[in-house]
Design a protein around this ligand. Structure first.
Ligand code: A2P
Length: 281
């Protein structure tokens, strides 16, 4: 990596930048410019997905950046309509074509889709794709403890990462403890609670105390908890702001205060146990 970013090591020995750039909700009209701004800022990890419908624009920004492939860390995700033994390979090939890449650094199953009962087969397919070199590392998103345990019991292969909804308002302590016990890194999606936490009085007060923005304070809380974090912003100024979080450190009291913002019902996105949509929404 060319920048001075913290790297976290997966149990398979490979490393990922702890701070990456998320591309969810970037429209096709702005995605290329936004990713270009992120790469220009210094982000080297880009989190994409088939279902974001902007992989082609993400790929253009990557290609135009002329950053060496080995200096980038590109993640994408298999959508719910491609579960099973056979469908993942063509899905990954399509993603690679869109991104104009020969391989991904990380390929993730986007949701377990429990009603389809195919996530174990899908995981077996991803193991094969990893062995073929199309994805250097493999992991999952939105898997609960039962789903992760199923993968482990059936294949003996643990995902390197589980990307989950995670922010101060929804901290998933039990799931994170399972991750720690099983060498799975925790990656936070919607790390800012989709912006909903930025006006919280405690967050605002602590941000003032540290002389940083509320977003920077929350992202720092993630880093100090060892999470991989992928804030998204369509705005070049905020893209830079979210990258500039290495010049301060939260003390234990501040970390504890943010920990107290956890709510059992703080989930903003879908509940993975009930999210069974297989269409391209
Ligand atoms: P915008 O794209 O206009 O910057 P999350 O990553 O938790 O899903 O949050 C993303 C939301 O937070 C987006 O609406 C984004 O809006 C906003 N956001 C991202 N970074 C910042 C920031 N530094 N300050 C304020 N809002 C931000």
């Amino acid at each position: 990596m060319t920048t001075e970013q913290t790297l976290l090591q997966f149990h398979d020995g490979r490393k990922i930048p702890q701070l990456g750039y998320g591309t969810w909700k970037l429209g096709t009209d702005i995605a290329e410019a936004a990713v270009a701004a992120a790469l220009e800022t210094g982000y080297r990890a880009i989190d994409a997905a088939h279902i974001y419908f902007n992989e082609a624009q993400v790929g253009k920004a990557i290609a135009k950046s002329a950053i060496a492939r080995e200096d980038l860390f590109i993640t994408s995700k298999l959508w719910n309509n491609s579960h099973g033994h056979e469908a993942p390979k063509p899905a990954l090939e399509k993603t690679l074509e869109n991104l104009k890449l020969d391989y991904l650094d990380l390929y993730l199953i986007h949701w377990p889709v429990p009603r389809a009962e195919k996530y174990v087969q899908t995981w077996e397919a991803l193991i094969q794709l990893r062995d073929e070199g199309l994805a250097k590392s493999i992991g999952v998103c939105n898997f609960g403890i039962d789903h992760l345990q199923d993968l482990l019991d059936s294949t003996g292969v643990i995902p390197v990462v589980n990307q989950i909804e995670l922010h101060p308002g929804f901290q998933q302590n039990e799931l994170r403890a399972y991750h720690r016990d099983h060498d799975i890194l925790t990656e936070a999606w919607s790390p800012l609670g989709q912006g909903t936490l930025l006006q919280h009085p405690d967050i605002v007060q602590m941000a003032q105390q540290y002389g940083v923005s509320p977003a920077q304070l929350i992202l720092r809380w993630h880093l100090q908890n060892g999470h991989i974090v992928i804030p998204k912003s369509a705005n070049a100024k905020r893209i830079r702001e979210n990258f500039a979080i290495n010049s301060f450190k939260l003390d234990d009291a501040s970390m504890a205060k943010i920990n107290q913002l956890d709510h059992a019902d703080g989930r903003i996105g879908p509940d993975p146990a009930r999210f069974n949509i297989v269409e391209e929404i």
